[in-house]
Design a protein around this ligand. Structure first.
Ligand code: SF4
Length: 412
């Protein structure tokens, strides 16, 4: 397989590159390469595209893993409808979407334009804050203007960085000139999204998967991967894993092929994800993970090395998550900060008797998923790290240093 711009794993371990097809030695696939690998752009009617997406059980590749066919069916067809590619990738530990935008921008554009054509609209907007991704998409649009005129209008927008700024409703609000924070009312984008119009919004990998589905056809698309979620997916690996960075894997790949042997605890799904002791018996397919209470979200898999303090890593991220609150919902603003303080007390070996109630009190208390995600991150750490907690309780420290394995600034 091909990995990009990152240390390579065993080249044969993870199967054939699809999303990353045409990417060699970390180089960007230009329009010529893209067309050689994926062929000319074909379009599908809405019914055809929804049927194909349903046949391969295509799920969104952001946080919610919503079925693409259902989302397509929920958006009205017509020229007012908007298509929004959420390229904000606000999860600091994730690099997959900016990898796609930077190295395979034409696959993302093919997918977005195909969705727009199926919905019979010409309005495509891409929100992105990463400069390299922005420049690559801009260059891709210029290539197309010269070589094969774009069949719709594609607007590239710079989006402010920030964890909650990547939530889809925050993105839409920012695109409309407002603050890039989630609105207090939970309105579905399919009903009222960009400019108040019905909007099909999804993350970057989802659109790339749509392009791949059209290019391969559903039978070939589904020839690899888990029957519950066929195909491949992108993961970002960090810490003590077989390789680090962005990898494309068939969805039925056992995760212990990526996170082998004995080691520290594993974080699945990033900073709104869950801590587990190990990943034995788990694959990269979202349905199976979700059924086990383990959302894969943006596809982050992090394994802490044994020689760093896991509780210090958890505390650093909990503090960072508290600082990300947009400050407009009281339980989120005060509750995430209090939970982070409690975790800090546990790190020092002190008691924090209210921590579990504090975390439980965050659930469903905000206008967005930030309090729930923070609660899941902290609660699962308390469950998955009993030995580390006991060590800190007994000695005030585990003696291992903070490693800074989990990045805190990647959203910027
Ligand atoms: S829950 Fe938190 S992050 Fe979400 S909108 Fe409210 S204050 Fe902002």
């Amino acid at each position: 397989m091909t990995t990009v711009g990152l240390p390579a794993a065993s080249p044969t371990a993870f199967g054939t590159a699809r999303l990353l097809g045409g990417v060699t030695h970390g180089g960007r696939a230009d329009l010529t390469t893209h067309r050689r690998v994926h062929g000319p752009q074909h379009h599908r009617t809405l019914d055809e595209l929804a049927a194909d997406a349903s046949r391969v059980r295509l799920l969104g590749r952001g946080g919610a893993a919503f079925p693409v066919a259902t989302k397509l069916a929920a958006v009205p067809v017509g020229p007012r409808t908007q298509v929004v590619v959420n390229g904000s990738e606000s999860e600091p530990a994730s690099r997959k979407d900016r990898t796609l935008m930077t190295l395979t921008p034409h696959l993302v554009l093919d997918g977005a334009l195909a969705v727009a054509r199926a919905l019979r609209t010409t309005h495509v907007t891409i929100a992105v804050h990463d400069e390299a991704a922005y420049a690559s998409l801009r260059a891709a649009l210029e290539e197309r203007t010269r070589r094969e005129p774009v069949t719709g209008r594609v607007d590239l927008h710079r989006q402010p960085a920030g964890f909650v700024s990547g939530e889809v409703r925050a993105v839409l609000r920012g695109l409309d000139g407002g603050p890039a924070v989630p609105p207090s009312r939970r309105t579905l984008p399919s009903v009222s999204g960009l400019h108040g119009a019905p909007t099909f919004a999804s993350n970057v990998e989802t659109f790339a998967q749509v392009a791949l589905l059209i290019s391969l056809g559903p039978a070939e698309y589904a020839a690899v991967g888990d029957p519950e979620e066929p195909g491949t997916t992108l993961l970002t690996l960090l810490g003590d894993t077989r390789t680090r960075g962005v990898v494309e894997v068939p969805t039925d790949l056992p995760l212990d092929a990526l996170v082998p042997g004995e080691g520290g605890p594993v974080l699945l799904g990033g900073y709104h994800g869950r801590w587990v002791h190990d990943v034995v018996g788990r694959t990269a397919a979202r349905p199976g993970l979700r059924a086990a209470g383990l959302p894969l979200n943006a596809g982050v898999v992090a394994r802490l090395p044994r020689d760093v303090c896991a509780l210090a890593e958890v505390t650093a991220v909990a503090r960072w998550l508290a600082a990300q609150s947009a400050g407009q919902c009281g339980p989120c603003l005060f509750g995430t900060a209090a939970a982070a303080r409690d975790v800090g007390e546990l790190l020092r070996g002190r008691a924090a008797p209210a921590v579990e109630a504090r975390v439980a009190g965050l659930v469903r208390r905000g206008a967005c998923a930030h309090p729930d995600g923070t609660a899941a991150f902290v609660a699962s750490a308390l469950e998955a790290l009993p030995d580390e907690l006991a060590e800190h309780r007994r000695h005030g420290t585990c003696g291992r240093p903070y490693g800074g394995v989990l990045p805190l600034d990647g959203a910027g």
